[in-house]
Design a protein around this ligand. Structure first.
Ligand code: NIG
Ligand code: FE
Length: 416
């Protein structure tokens, strides 16, 4: 199939974009992309490709932007129920961490997830994944973390593997048994931490090759935060997970700076996420490492908080910046990467070009998939979007509607 006549074909070629380099879209005007066997064979000017491949079935993208599918590198998309009542409480003045300390927040979704049937969880998650897909996300990381019991956490992973196989949205799974202190361990965070390290992770290590033989290892993520896991507890979990060969991620500096970003660098974590309260010193350590800084602008927006990830400081220090939705029922129930980009442009002062690179090639790097997705280059997966607009700057500029007209996943066309 030959997609042709795009007003702008954004290739994002050349790998992840660090620091001031962020925003290189590598645009081909009047561009075309040839797709064969689920992959991109060649990209170039329409005139050249139409002449070179005259017998190819055509898809006319006349006057429209063609770009790589979004990669959403941080979501909690698998859960049951909702927290609309807590949203109302927060509007009336309660804080997120107060609600968590009272046994609500993440723990209320844990109760809903533990008691729901697997069928209900899978059905609700599937519809969220389709919504993400229609808004242009072709690959997403999804975390467990609403089970907090070995069996429930594994059931969530099993469900994610099944949903990934079903497609079309491709899933990179993350184990997040350390999302909150399990209710059975209330007031005993160290004991729960020990349980994660000495039981959950070793069981997962055994379980994974039997249940996901063709998958790379899942990420292991920790919520390093007041009221969740301390720096020392996060360190123990990282240390155990790393010894078992799991790639690492961390929720760091969302509400308080406990030193999670530095810990991520020390352990060579793939990404450190949130980074709202990160100190200038920690930004410089992070920016000088290969750990990707993942900003989640829907979260401060969802919590109606004033501070966002200091993206400019991260870029000036030479960091690798990515953007994600953080889709979850508590702080940010948002399936749309387009909306995350609109917020990133306004509150993190990214240009649309920077936001697009942060949401494609760099977010692919944040889940170790930059070799397969995140750009339109020969040999990469044919995951593309056709937008209903003539100029890429409509992304970020416009919000609250869907600018994606067609999603193409591994060469298959899904019109919106
Ligand atoms: O990334 N902060 C921890 N985890 C999520 C929120 C999860 C929830 O509230 O259910 C986050 O914001
Ligand atoms: Fe999160």
């Amino acid at each position: 199939m030959l997609i042709h006549s795009a007003s702008q074909l954004l290739t994002l070629a050349g790998g992840p974009q660090r620091g001031p380099d962020l925003g290189r879209l590598e645009i081909i005007p009047d561009g075309a992309a040839l797709i064969r066997d689920e992959k991109i064979l060649v990209v170039g000017p329409s005139r050249e490709l139409l002449a070179a491949y005259p017998d190819e079935p055509l898809l006319d993208a006349g006057g429209k932007v063609v770009m790589p599918g979004f990669v959403d590198p941080h979501t909690h998309a698998i859960f049951a129920g909702d927290r609309s009542a807590e949203f109302e409480q927060r509007l009336q003045g309660k804080t997120y961490l107060e609600i968590l300390a009272e046994g609500g927040g993440i723990l209320s979704t844990v109760r809903a997830t533990r008691t729901a049937s697997l069928e209900k969880i899978v059905n609700e998650t599937r519809s969220r994944l389709w919504s993400m897909f229609s808004y242009g996300t072709t690959t997403a990381e999804v975390k467990t973390g609403y089970g907090l019991r070995t069996a429930t956490e594994l059931r969530m992973l099993q469900a994610l593997l099944a949903l990934d196989k079903e497609g079309p949205l491709e899933i990179a799974p993350t184990f997040m048994g350390a999302h909150a202190i399990a209710p059975e361990y209330r007031g005993r965070p160290q004991e729960y931490t020990d349980f994660v390290c000495s039981t959950m992770l070793p069981v997962l290590r055994q379980w994974w090759p039997h249940n996901a033989p063709y998958h790379e290892m899942p990420f292991v993520d920790v919520f390093c935060e007041t009221g969740a896991f301390s720096l020392d507890q996060s360190r123990s979990i990282f240390s155990a997970a790393k010894d078992m060969g799991f790639p690492l991620k961390i929720h760091a500096d969302e509400f308080d700076n406990l030193g999670g970003a530095r810990l991520a660098v020390e352990f060579g974590a793939v990404s450190a996420d949130h980074l709202v309260k990160t100190s200038p010193g920690d930004i410089s350590i992070l920016a000088n490492s290969d750990t990707v800084a993942v900003a989640l602008p829907c979260t401060p927006f969802g919590l109606a908080e004033a501070h966002y990830t200091p993206a400019q400081a991260i870029l000036q220090a030479g960091g690798l910046l990515a953007i994600a939705t953080d889709l979850n029922p508590g702080t940010a129930w948002c399936e749309s990467m387009q909306f995350a980009l609109a917020l990133a442009c306004r509150y993190m002062r990214l240009t649309p070009a920077q936001a697009i690179a942060a949401a494609t090639i760099n977010s692919a790097a944040a889940i170790q998939r930059a070799d397969r997705v995140g750009s339109l280059e020969p040999g990469k997966q044919a995951d593309l979007l056709i937008l209903s607009v003539p100029d890429y700057r409509h992304l970020g500029y416009r919000f609250g509607i869907n600018l994606v007209q067609t999603v193409i996943k591994r060469g298959r066309i899904y019109p919106n």
